[in-house]
Design a protein around this ligand. Structure first.
Ligand SMILES: Cc1cc2nc3c(=O)[nH]c(=O)nc-3n(C[C@H](O)[C@H](O)[C@H](O)COP(=O)(O)O)c2cc1C
Length: 215
């Protein structure tokens, strides 16, 4: 598929088919992800792939903890966000909300869905060794960028899940991830339900001239 088509067609997937993804496909996806550039080729990313019963078990733990601790998806900002950022967040809600079945609350859909990886058959937990500073998180972000585009090109849907970093301890315990690793982000991976309106919701982007300056 042409790169332009891959970039323009990819949207986050929030409704997955109950169709398993073979391990070899995930290995291929990770091979593409790890072609990403990284500072002095450190490749600081690490991946824990969770599937099947293990993933359902993890999802239950995270949903339970999310409810107990009253945690919800948010910008994780250190100060109140300027209005133009809030507007982008609102636009995301505006494009997903009309696609939800009647009676489904938007916040519940996003919070519970995220903690459950939206029922995806595979979740990839992305971690980094605490030996690295925050600067290296950018390398993980690039690898996830490669991942979501490669997945789309392979006919797979993805949804990055940032909220899971709030449950780092639970995830590390459930998946036997070493204490000295930080949980950065997760990615739900699976075959998108082609009939789901939620999956077709296309979030808008601020025009380039508003976010870029040329000298
Ligand atoms: C780092 C990161 C964290 C995210 N965390 C979540 C999340 O916890 N729950 C969720 O539903 N979507 C999450 N998303 C998906 C974004 O909401 C989505 O990418 C954005 O709204 C743009 O929509 P699009 O991916 O369909 O283009 C995350 C995306 C990124 C890059």
């Amino acid at each position: 598929m042409e790169l332009e088509k891959v970039i323009n067609e990819r949207h986050s997937t929030r409704v997955f088919l109950e169709k398993p993804v073979p391990r070899e496909i995930i290995e291929r996806l990770l091979t593409f992800s790890t072609r990403a550039p990284s500072a002095i080729n450190l490749q600081p990313w690490e991946f824990t792939v969770v599937m099947g019963e293990e993933l359902r078990r993890l999802g239950k733990i995270l949903v339970k903890r999310m409810r107990e601790r009253n945690i919800s998806c948010g910008p994780d900002a250190v100060r109140p966000l300027p209005e133009y950022f809030m507007d982008r967040q609102r636009k995301l809600m505006d494009c997903i909300l009309p696609c939800l079945e009647k009676g489904i609350n938007f916040q519940d859909f996003i919070n519970e869905g995220s903690c459950n990886f939206y029922g995806a058959p595979v979740a990839i937990i992305v971690t980094i060794d605490q030996v690295f500073s925050k600067s290296r998180l950018v390398d993980l972000g690039i690898a996830v960028g490669y991942m979501v585009l490669a997945a789309h090109n392979m006919g797979l849907g993805t949804c990055p899940i940032g909220i899971i970093s709030a449950f780092a301890d639970e995830i590390k315990e459930a998946l036997n991830i070493a204490e000295e690793k930080d949980v950065v982000v997760g990615v739900g991976v699976g075959y998108p339900d082609p009939d789901s309106p939620v999956n077709l919701a296309s979030s808008s982007r601020t025009p380039v001239h508003e976010v870029a300056r040329f000298y």
